[in-house]
Design a binder for this molecule. Structure first.
Ligand SMILES: Cc1ncc(COP(=O)(O)O)c(C=O)c1O
Length: 400
């Protein structure tokens, strides 16, 4: 932990020039290379008007490169992750009452995708140390109606996908076989699990390149990876009106300009992750042994991408005191923290009504204790130090 003397020195140097958000609004870094990539696609159309609709090289290149990165047979680019989650659920052809287990501590996109595809959300608790959907809890909630296990790789760390696959194998659905394991990696591109990149394991993985994410494609963007030919063909077809496989579809196509930018960002992704990891590890040292504070946990078989830097405050601080801590960080030190995420049934009435009667005590507690401190690949070391020193100071003030 930073010593008292060091803390006084760091904080005495004055507030930060950058107001860091708990989830910075641009999660990546652009350079001339992305600008050039975007413009070069426009130039192709400027120079040859016949190269409009049918010219798909930038998208094909990006998909091929992303599949190689994830180690999968297929990668299908989309306009954002939300439609990828929707299509993944639609692929299952859920019938009324078919259940999908989703962690309650989550962004709302995955459970909404279950609703949209006509399924029943069954909330699962998370492991309080990793904040990932807890396999032991999945064992308790799986039933003969379970069609899918739908974890999120929460805040950049991989979920324990092999464990869900094992549970699915041991609990096959009578007609459909083992429940599908489909993962939401919107926040976790670049993370690793058991020697694979996130995206390799399970039936399908859905990524986001939204402006806040680890890599970005001009504001919005997404990708689905899979080794399954049927799933790949379905998503590829349904993303553009479904003609290729005669299924329902709409238009979820990524633009070529975005794809060209994506190819550049993908080349830089491991560097962005390395920068996030370096900052996170330095911060882990600076915040080590702060009484009662739980720091982000990285299991031995995972490489965390640190999309967010997620802490849990002491149990006795849940709710009101956690909120005061965040307020003090913002008002006194100009550092914005974020609660990502409380249980989905607390943030959306639609989901609360859909899952009426399901209330998860552990998720409620974690939702009231968690708090994300800002992290970003472009954050200078001195800002990282300042944020850590300010956080220790605020916690000490509130402990008095
Ligand atoms: C966990 C999670 N899932 C899904 C999404 C949806 O991603 P997109 O904005 O690309 O649709 C997000 C985006 O914020 C997310 O954080």
């Amino acid at each position: 932990m930073i010593s008292l003397k060091e803390r006084k020195r760091i904080l005495g140097a004055g507030k930060l020039k950058t107001v860091w958000e708990g989830e910075p609004l641009l999660g990546s870094i652009y350079s001339e290379e992305e600008i050039e990539a975007a413009v070069s696609v426009m130039r192709v159309a400027q120079e040859d008007v016949t190269k409009g609709f049918g010219y798909s090289k930038p998208t094909e290149d990006f998909e091929r490169e992303f599949a190689a990165y994830a180690g999968t047979k297929h990668a299908i680019a989309l306009n954002s992750a939300g439609p990828g989650l929707d299509l993944a659920m639609r692929f299952l052809k859920l019938k009324r009452g078919d259940e999908v287990i989703v962690p309650a501590i989550n962004f709302v996109a995955a459970p909404l995708a279950v609703l949209g595809a006509g399924g029943q959300v069954v909330w699962g608790e998370v492991n309080p140390k990793t904040l990932q959907l807890d396999p032991r809890d999945v064992e308790k909630r799986i039933t003969p109606r379970t069609r899918a296990i739908f974890p999120v790789h929460f805040n950049g760390l991989s979920a324990p996908v092999d464990e869900y696959l094992d549970i699915a194998r041991r609990n096959p659905h009578k007609r459909h076989g083992p429940p599908a394991v489909i993962t939401d990696a919107a926040r976790a591109v670049g993370g690793e699990y058991r020697g694979t990149k996130i995206g390799k394991k399970g039936l399908m993985t859905v990524f986001s390149f939204h402006t806040m994410k680890n890599m970005v494609t001009l504001g919005e963007g997404g990708m689905v990876t899979t080794d399954d030919d049927d799933a790949g063909a379905y998503v590829r077809s349904a993303r553009f009106y479904g003609g290729a496989t005669e299924v329902w579809g709409s238009s979820y196509v990524m633009t070529k300009v975005q794809a060209a930018v994506g190819s550049v960002q993908l080349k830089k992704l491991d560097g962005f992750i390395a920068a996030r990891r370096r900052l996170a590890q330095a911060r882990n040292g600076m915040l080590a042994d702060v009484p009662g504070l739980q720091l982000p946990h990285e299991p031995k078989d995972c490489k965390h991408s640190y999309y967010l830097y997620t802490c849990l405050v002491p149990k006795a601080w849940a709710g009101e005191k956690r909120d005061r801590l965040m307020q003090m960080m913002s008002e006194v030190y100009g550092v914005k923290c974020l609660v990502a995420n409380p249980p989905c049934y607390k943030s959306r009435k639609l989901l609360r009504d859909h899952t009426a009667g399901q209330d998860l005590p552990l998720s409620n507690e974690i939702g009231a204790r968690l708090l994300c401190l800002p992290i970003h690949p472009a954050m200078p070391d001195k800002d990282n130090e300042y944020i850590s020193a300010a956080f220790i100071e605020c916690m000490e003030q509130l402990r008095k």
